[in-house]
Each structure stands twice: as structure tokens, then as C-alpha cells.
Ligand binder design. Structure first.
Ligand code: AMP
Ligand code: ZN
Ligand code: FE
Ligand code: FE
Length: 274
């Protein structure tokens, strides 16, 4: 069984439509795949229908933006009820804040690079959630850079003078909201330090107290040392170890199925559905 629990579509900052992601998942030989767009559930219906016709098991998910003080955290929510009002409210606030934040970043970037907000709107297309990758695509289209990762390295990284924060819920509140909506919270790439600051071990301990179910241990952004540290933390706190690709289509190097979740771990997660 090949199980990949973290992917993105054009509903957020992936480059394939939800149905395309499902078709690529089938081609990659996956048996189970989750769609986890940032702060949005809009891709679920299309993905579920396509997955069903492909004989692929679909898991509805969200990658919820959150924070611990100033550290940005991504919390996967697997199987949350989309009609849950409290969770929907948090996601709506974040999506709204992301628009203002992206506009401010564009104003700052436009001082040094030819760029307009309309460029970003064009590249965001029908996305429910606007993110830095859409700004990156706009700068690439303007000919300033060749690829998304070059724009991140130069302009969009977390300590860049162009960087702007956006509202996101406290991560403990996010975990509780996901649980209250029947979802299963898994901390995404908890040690991806190349992207910015990461939380210390004690935060993972307090998140376990708050209802965290799992840790995404196996992920491209974790080196061997990070994997060892996270595997030990998962063991110590009774958290389920997952692995996934964090696929973004052609926007990143991550390939579907490059990291996988075991059947035992998947069954343990599913047993926690509320
Ligand atoms: P945002 O959600 O707007 O803060 O943007 C963060 C997103 O940008 C992450 O979820 C990644 O998908 C993407 N990202 C971060 N670093 C890179 C990179 N070096 N190349 C391409 N995409 C990236
Ligand atoms: Zn993303
Ligand atoms: Fe993430
Ligand atoms: Fe992701």
C-alpha cells in the first residue's frame, strides 16, 4: 500500500487541478491520497469524484496555517467536517488575511521589481487561498526569475525585507478546532528549518496534550538528524509517524509518493476520526 497524506492543487498553491492531482497520484502508483490545500476545502468534491473513478482512496484534508508566538506552523487536518462553523471561521479569517498580506508584499516588492497586484491575481486564478507562490509565479512571468524556488531564495523567504506576516490562529487553538470538527491533526514538516524558525520539543509536548495525533516525520525538508529527533518525539508522546510528499505539481521538486505513510499509521489515524 502506497499512502501519501499531503498534496496541493490549484485551490491553493499547487499547479494541478484537484482532478489532475488524483490522476497523477494514480499514475504514481498511490493507493491512498489526501488533498490538503492551504486553508481551503474547495478541491474535495472534484478530487473525491476523480479518485472514485480511478479506484483510488481519497482522504479529505486541509493544511491549516497556524502559529506559536512568531513561529509559523502548518497543521494538517485529515477528515474534518467542512460544515463545522468554528473551523470554517478560522479558515475564512486566514484566507482573508492572506489577501491583504499578499497585497502589502506586492507593494514592497514593486519598489524594486516591475510587478502589479493584477499580475498576482492572474496567477492565483481560481485559487481559494492566495500564497507567496502566486507572487513568485507573477515575478517569473515578468521575467525577473526563472523558477519559484529562485524567487523564494531572493525575495520571498521568511526573513526577507519584503516578507509580511498574516493572521493565523494559535496552533493549540487550531488543534482543538480540528478535533472539535472531527478531524485528525498532524503537525506538517515540524523541523523544516530551511523555511524559517521551527518550534522546540516542548511545544510538541504541549500540542500532544492539546490533542495532536501525529507528526509528519518523513518529509523532503527533514535531514536524517531531524527525522531521528522527530521519530523519538513521536515515540515519547504517543504520536503517529506519517510521511508524505507535500506535492505542489510543477511548482516544487517534491514528487508524489516520495515519502509515504505506513498502513499501520494510516489505520491508527483513521481510528481517531471524530
Ligand atoms: P505562504 O503560505 O504564502 O506563506 O507561502 C508558503 C508556501 O510557499 C509553502 O507552503 C510552500 O508551498 C511554498 N514554498 C516555500 N518555499 C518554497 C520554495 N523554495 N520553492 C517553491 N515553493 C516554496
Ligand atoms: Zn504550499
Ligand atoms: Fe506546509
Ligand atoms: Fe504543504
Amino acid at each position: 500500500m502506497r499512502i501519501d497524506l499531503h498534496t496541493h492543487s490549484t485551490v491553493s498553491d499547487g499547479t494541478g487541478t484537484p482532478a489532475q492531482v488524483m490522476r497523477e497520484a494514480a499514475e504514481a502508483g498511490l493507493d491512498v491520497v489526501a488533498l490538503t490545500d492551504h486553508d481551503a476545502v474547495d478541491g474535495w468534491e472534484e478530487a473525491a469524484a476523480e479518485a472514485e473513478s480511478l479506484g483510488l482512496r481519497f482522504v479529505p484534508g486541509i493544511e491549516v496555517s497556524a502559529k506559536d508566538r512568531w513561529v509559523s506552523i502548518h497543521m494538517l487536518a485529515l477528515w474534518p467536517r467542512p460544515e463545522d462553523a468554528a473551523l470554517a471561521e478560522i479558515l475564512a479569517l486566514t484566507r482573508e488575511a492572506r489577501v491583504g498580506r499578499a497585497r502589502t508584499m506586492v507593494e514592497r516588492i514593486a519598489v524594486d521589481y516591475a510587478l502589479e497586484w493584477e499580475d498576482v491575481v492572474t496567477h492565483a486564478g481560481d485559487a481559494a487561498t492566495v500564497g507567496r507562490p502566486h507572487i513568485a509565479d507573477a515575478l517569473v512571468a515578468r521575467g525577473h526569475f526563472a523558477r519559484r524556488d529562485e524567487v523564494f531564495a531572493e525575495v520571498l523567504h521568511n526573513s526577507s525585507p519584503y516578507y509580511v506576516h498574516h493572521y493565523a490562529p494559535d496552533v493549540h487553538d487550531a488543534v482543538r478546532a480540528i478535533r472539535a470538527a472531527g478531524g485528525v491533526p498532524v503537525f506538517a514538516h515540524p523541523a523544516a528549518h530551511a523555511r524559517g524558525r521551527v518550534v522546540p520539543d516542548r511545544v510538541i509536548a504541549s500540542l500532544a496534550e492539546a490533542g495532536l495525533a501525529g507528526l509528519e516525520v518523513d518529509h523532503r525538508d527533514h535531514d536524517a538528524e531531524a527525522v531521528a529527533r522527530l521519530a523519538a518525539l513521536a515515540e515519547r508522546h504517543g504520536l503517529i509517524r506519517t510521511g508524505s510528499s507535500d506535492y505542489h505539481g510543477t511548482g516544487k521538486l517534491n514528487r508524489l509518493g516520495e515519502n509515504l505513510t505506513s498502513v499501520e499509521a494510516f489505520e491508527a489515524l483513521e481510528a481517531q476520526r471524530g
